[in-house]
Design a protein around this ligand. Structure first.
Ligand SMILES: Nc1ncnc2c1ncn2[C@@H]1O[C@H](COP(=O)(O)OP(=O)(O)OP(=O)(O)O)[C@@H](O)[C@H]1O
Length: 651
């Protein structure tokens, strides 16, 4: 791999990735959608312009014309008090729409707020919300509405408040379910890594994903609300005599149906057609907006940015370095626990300014856990048991969350393995980069936009200004990773943690992204902690390497000496297990066995059960890391483990 100037990948010209096919808004051009949409539009117009449209005063009685059949003056006839049925229907549309929108809005505001909080915070808040929802849903909606009206008093406003409370339960459940799924997504981790506050993450990152299901549910709820309003007005606890309600018109019609059989037809039809229209429209929206056919439908196919962390537009002040000997990052004895298990045991790392340190090891060795501990973003259940993490002399372990949020993104940036998952699918790249820039920097939106374009240019995204308006799914994997890197650099962090930044990418693109990292490190002078499985990448990019096994650093040193004369048998085994271009059809060496789980780290040297050079003493007591190696043979006998190789071979 050569460190050449990054070029946009050839596989996807201009970085374009084709978006998955999905039904467009032309879905609304079908009769199934046009007819209900047209009907609802007509209703809306009636509601808005009722006084202008209605031919008569809907409240003006005319006893001499009572129960008149349809005719040239009263097109739809009159009711028992001689009031014009057509005018009452038109005014009834106003009541129906206001009441249903009012209750659905109440339901949405309440349900979405509680659902967001319950899903995101979890714990007792979630349990309390769910038990409350269970109780509410075990009672039939109309009974509950009647009970609430009993407490709140009669009247359409109270009736709709009651209905809104009932609806809030279903909105809450939907929101919570989506939040539970979304909060585990990498783009949410990415937002945390940026140092964005929880409210911002909930509202700006997660909430847009709930929009599709909510719109569908709301359209169905509008129909239900209208039915409940009609029912309550029919029972005499909804609309009063100053309002016209289709439900109340039906009640009157019931009483005088024997004298005027046409009386219930029009209000009945109005209710039926409106509810049907809401439901048909809900079906079209479902097809358009929900997974399997919608914009929110996991269109992650190629995004990657808002992730990383980063902050201030100017380099943040570095604390006095004191005893850290010029190191930017100094990790000492870092131990991470989950219950009784040690996931990391006394990890020591040191990273100088402008240096690239590779952290390597098999899957399950603790590389990502180390990165999470450095960022102060351990998964639930894991905690720091001991040790210290100093960044530019400032201790990070034990720092309050607010202070840590100022470090994340601002002084430490992070990029992730899967660029497609690291970006929010519902925001443009421009919005996400602007958020990244403004997370820690007080700049205007215009300045942040200019900086975002600069960042995209810096990471080699062609036609940067135009691409600001694109969504993540419109970027290829390599381009998406460039956007993620741009997000991570938004505030010029001193340290960039790159957690397997190329694993999810095509081989040809991997080289370009690695070249980009090399170039950026030279240009910006930042330190990089590069987590990888690939010793070839380490040989290419890193100055020093730390080899990790079973939650411990087992060997650390300069890249050249460590990869050419490994001293720990595990490093030697990793090198032997590397595929080499010139090896022809030679079968690949593997390391026998697998990394044990954290609760079963072996006694003594943790690698001894898999080590070809193990001595009986290796199982006796744990081995300290001395002179950069954690092996009693290497410490007693300076001869390297048998895997000497040249750096060129490693590459
Ligand atoms: N949330 C968690 N709770 C408890 N143990 C965990 C948790 N996450 C990871 N572990 C354990 O911690 C150890 C280290 O895992 P980690 O993900 O850091 O390994 P890794 O080297 O980064 O692997 P990979 O390369 O696959 O990402 C493993 O034994 C893993 O099972």
């Amino acid at each position: 791999m050569s460190a050449t100037t990054p070029t946009p990948e050839a596989l996807a010209p201009d970085g374009e990735a084709r978006a998955p096919r999905r039904p467009g808004w032309h879905a609304f051009m079908r009769p199934l959608a046009l007819v209900p949409a047209g009907f609802l539009l007509l209703l809306l117009l009636c509601a808005l312009f009722a006084p202008a449209i209605a031919p008569h005063d809907p409240f003006l009685p005319s006893i001499k014309n009572r129960l008149a059949p349809p005719g040239p003056v009263y097109w739809l006839g009159t009711d028992d008090l001689g009031r014009d049925m057509l005018s009452r229907l038109i005014f009834g549309a106003r009541t129906a729409l206001v009441a249903s929108f009012q209750s659905v809005s109440i339901g949405l505001v309440l349900g979405v707020s509680i659902g967001l909080l319950a899903g995101y915070v979890g714990g007792w808040v979630d349990r309390a919300a769910m038990r409350f929802a269970d109780v509410m849903q075990s009672i039939p909606a109309v009974l509950l509405a009647l009970a609430l009206i009993g407490v709140l008093g009669k009247g359409l406003g109270n009736a709709m408040l009651a209905v809104g409370l009932i609806f809030s339960v279903s909105f809450m459940r939907i929101t919570r379910a989506v939040v539970l799924a979304e909060r585990e997504q990498l783009y949410v981790d990415a937002a945390r890594v940026l140092g964005l506050p929880p409210l911002h993450i909930m509202v700006r990152q997660i909430l847009p994903n709930v929009a599709g299901p909510l719109v569908v549910q709301a359209s169905i709820a509008l129909g239900t609300a209208l039915l409940i309003e009609a029912m309550l007005s029919f029972l005499g606890v909804g609309a009063d005599s100053t309002q016209v309600s289709w439900g109340a018109m039906l009640e009157t019609a019931r009483q005088f149906q024997s004298e005027q059989p046409l009386l219930p037809v029009m209000p009945g039809l109005a209710i039926t057609l409106t509810v049907l229209s809401y439901n048909l429209l809900g079906d079209v929206l479902r097809e358009r907006l929900l997974p399997g056919g919608g914009p929110v439908a996991r269109v992650r196919a190629g995004a990657a940015a808002a992730s990383a962390a980063a902050a201030a537009a100017v380099p943040s002040p570095v604390q006095p370095e004191g005893a850290d000997g010029g190191a930017l990052l100094q990790v000492r004895g870092l131990t991470v626990m989950a219950g009784e298990s040690e996931l990391l045991s006394g990890v020591d790392l040191q990273l100088r300014r402008g240096e690239v340190l590779g952290l390597v090891g098999e899957s399950g060795c603790g590389k990502s856990m180390t990165a999470s501990a450095l960022m102060g973003l351990l998964p639930p259940g894991a905690r720091i048991g001991a040790g210290s993490v100093r960044l530019g002399g400032q201790e990070l372990v034990g720092l309050p969350e607010d202070a840590m949020r100022q470090i994340r993104g601002k002084r430490i940036g992070m990029i992730f393995q899967d660029p497609n998952a690291a970006l929010s699918p519902v925001h443009t790249i421009g919005t996400q980069l602007v958020d990244a820039v403004r997370a820690h920097t007080k700049v205007s939106r215009r300045e942040a936009l200019a900086r975002a374009v600069e960042l995209l240019e810096l990471v080699g995204v062609p036609d940067a200004a135009r691409r600001m308006n694109d969504y993540p799914h419109q970027f290829s994997g390599g381009m998406a990773q460039r956007v993620v890197i741009a997000g991570a650099l938004a505030c010029k962090p001193e340290l960039l943690i790159a957690d397997e930044p190329t694993t999810a990418l095509d081989v040809t693109i991997q080289a370009q992204v690695l070249d980009l990292l090399t170039e950026l490190r030279e240009k910006l002078g930042m330190s990089v902690l590069l987590i990888t499985h690939d010793l070839g990448v380490v040989a290419d990019l890193c100055d020093r390497v730390a080899v990790m096994y079973a939650g411990q650093i087992v060997e650390t040193g300069g890249v050249e000496e460590t990869l050419t004369t490994p001293r720990h048998p595990y490093t030697a085994a990793l090198l032997q297990a590397m595929p080499r271009g010139q090896s022809g059809l030679r079968s690949l060496a593997t390391i026998a066995g697998r990394v044990p789980p954290a609760w079963a780290w072996p006694r003594g040297c943790r690698f001894h059960p898999r080590c070809p050079r193990a001595l009986p003493a290796c199982a006796d007591a744990s081995v300290p890391l001395e002179h950069g190696v954690r092996c009693i043979r290497a410490q007693g006998d300076p001869a390297p483990a048998p895997a000497s190789t040249s750096l060129e071979t490693a590459r």
